[in-house]
Design a protein around this ligand. Structure first.
Ligand code: ADP
Ligand code: MG
Length: 256
């Protein structure tokens, strides 16, 4: 077994002005593990995901991906130093990010949306990009929507296109930030089903979600964030049903 965690987060602190948003967060995510991040709005879930992908700089602590430092803080100078541009590009290519808003390009067809990063970021030929794009669309069950435009699709289908677009880059790690929160309830299931399939294939995933059913049945572990701290983390059953933390119990009551 590979002992080096896929993601190792150590004592990460992040402030926006005087507001402390992440207050010493540590978390390991292992290869092929699915970890759900839950917690109240404003607890720092999105910020933590954005720090992992280096979309957000942090003020203290370390994040490693596959053992490689993604950035660190020079305590003497109180400065965050990014890793090299080359490493940053490599890491970004390796990490798929799916947002609440699908962010598809409306003027491009489904297959063009999926191909675009392959052409622009990976520099692949159109021929190769089409093939990879088709494989990715097949994985999310949207082969038949290949030539449709995003606005002709349901929200659930659009989010599956966004997932296909991320998958086409062949990431080794996927981050999801409330991927079903903007969907009508009847469309949530198809997106969760695709994510469940990815988990079954062994994709390493960190998922911010309010879907407690998904957290209970798909996640290996659940981490509960409260005001910038992970106050409980463990096997999903344990956190969702047996937490000793009053705040966790209180939060989960609203879902019952
Ligand atoms: P969550 O995803 O758990 O709802 P966020 O990580 O989005 O929480 O936000 C945590 C806190 O940080 C909130 O109080 C939010 O208002 C604040 N915040 C997030 N991004 C910024 C920003 N760019 N500038 C200032 N405050 C921010
Ligand atoms: Mg958020």
């Amino acid at each position: 077994m590979n002992k080096v965690p896929k993601i190792a987060i150590r004592d990460v602190c992040k402030r926006f002005g005087t507001l402390t948003v992440l207050d010493g967060v540590s978390l390991d995510v292992h290869q092929s593990e699915v970890v759900c991040l839950i917690g109240a709005s404003g607890s720092g879930k999105s910020t933590l995901l954005r720090c992992i992908n280096f979309l957000e700089a942090y003020d203290a602590g370390e994040i490693r991906i596959d053992g490689h430092l993604m950035g660190y803080v020079d305590a003497a100078q109180k400065q965050r130093r990014p890793m090299s541009d080359r490493m940053l590009r490599q890491a970004r290519r390796d990490i798929g990010f799916v947002f609440q808003q699908f962010n598809l390009w409306p003027h491009m067809s489904v297959i063009q949306n999926v191909m675009e990063p392959l052409l622009r970021v990976r520099g692949l030929s159109a021929e190769v990009a089409v093939k990879r794009g088709e494989v990715a669309l097949d994985r999310v069950g949207l082969t038949d929507k290949r030539n449709s435009y995003p606005l002709r699709l349901s929200g659930g289908q659009q989010q599956r296109v966004a997932i296909a677009r991320a998958l086409a880059m062949e990431p080794s790690l996927m981050l999801f930030d409330e991927p079903t929160s903007s969907l009508d309830p009847e469309l949530v299931g198809e997106v969760l089903q695709v994510m469940k399939g990815l988990a079954a294939e062994g994709m390493t995933m960190v998922v911010v979600t309010h879907e407690m059913g998904f957290a209970a049945h798909v996640a290996d572990r659940v981490a509960f964030l409260d005001r910038g701290r992970i106050i409980d983390v463990g096997p999903s059953q344990q956190v969702l049903h047996e937490s000793k933390e009053a705040r966790v119990q209180q939060f989960l009551q609203t879902y019952h």
